[in-house]
Design a protein around this ligand. Structure first.
Ligand code: ADP
Ligand code: MG
Length: 296
């Protein structure tokens, strides 16, 4: 059941509590991870593993790449059981260089959100390899992967997923506190100021507009200074003008911080603002579209 509900993390039916747990709590969401579905287990004792760095010392087959890179190799992922089993991602290979912005487009159901979740370490592929910032996910156990995610991956969802009983400041501070940052509140306040919400720190989500809530969510994603920021239709619940402000802010932050950005969107013109556009079709990268992008 949890396995099924997780798969829709990307779509809006993922449970609120599960989403919040995954976004804000880098460690204590491991029960969710272990319950997604059976997956090849990796015993961290079998590989040289540096717990301080949360990374493998052993080079993977994808090493040699720039360390701040998303490298996905031959990823396959199916979800569901029996007749309802769906092969969602089919032999996906993709490299994203440090600081690059990728626009991920494609028809509804083509696997965009699922691929984003794979890149974020929120979903494990059945086969293939995912390396983010030099760290192969295959070799991390669930706790290590959750810690890695907490530090290196910022996630923004369409529906904001803020904790309603916490103020904006608390929402942004929680993941920092969980990561042991001794100046979580101070850092959270800075981050809220940087998204233009310096005067809304003590407001609860219900007291904020949709655009303001998405700014809080963006501040929360950015606060740990992640290597990659993934955003799944971040303007999907906003009116056009507000959506544009959020997107402008997203690209400003991307330019300021040099992090890698993966943006899922239905909006082709929005995707065109990225360095590269990747189109998915039925779980595969549309190579024709990729060639056209490369040629243009
Ligand atoms: P997109 O974001 O491009 O709209 P998704 O990644 O959300 O697509 O979903 C890709 C496909 O995977 C869809 O056909 C969806 O119905 C299917 N899917 C997602 N989760 C599950 C699941 N748990 N079980 C079966 N199929 C699923
Ligand atoms: Mg989606």
């Amino acid at each position: 059941m949890i396995g099924l509900s997780f798969a829709f993390a990307s779509s809006e039916s993922w449970g609120w509590a599960e989403t919040v747990a995954a976004v804000i709590n880098p460690v204590n969401n491991t029960s969710m991870c272990t319950n997604w579905r059976a997956r090849p287990s990796t015993n961290p004792c079998e590989v040289p593993y540096d717990r301080t760095m949360d990374s493998l010392i052993e080079p993977s087959s994808l090493t040699g790449l720039s360390p701040d890179t998303i490298a996905i190799s031959k990823v396959n992922l199916s979800l569901g059981t029996g007749a309802a089993r769906v092969h969602i991602l089919k032999d996906i290979s993709l490299r994203v260089t440090q600081g690059e912005a990728i626009g991920l487009i494609g028809p509804s159901g083509s696997g965009k959100s699922t691929l984003l979740m794979v890149m974020a370490g929120l979903e494990r592929p059945d086969s293939g390899e995912v390396v983010v910032n030099g760290t192969p996910f295959n070799a991390l156990d669930e706790d290590a992967l959750a810690r890695f995610r907490g530090r290196q991956v910022g996630i923004v969802f369409q529906s904001f997923h803020l904790i309603p009983t916490m103020t904006a400041l608390e929402n942004v501070a929680v993941p920092l506190e969980l990561a042991g940052n001794p100046q979580a509140a101070q850092r959270a306040a800075q981050e809220l100021m940087s998204v233009g919400l310096g005067d809304r720190q003590h407001h609860y989500p219900s007291q904020l507009s949709g655009g303001e809530q998405q700014r809080v969510a963006l501040a929360r994603a950015l606060a740990p200074d992640p290597a990659i920021l993934v955003a799944d239709e971040p303007t999907g619940n906003l009116d056009e003008a507000t959506g544009k402000q959020i997107v402008d802010l997203l690209f400003t932050k991307h330019a300021e911080r040099g992090m890698t950005l993966v943006l899922v969107t239905h909006d082709t013109s929005l995707a065109q603002r990225c360095d590269r556009v990747i189109r998915l079709r039925s779980g595969r990268i549309d190579t024709v579209a990729a060639d056209r992008t490369a040629a243009s």
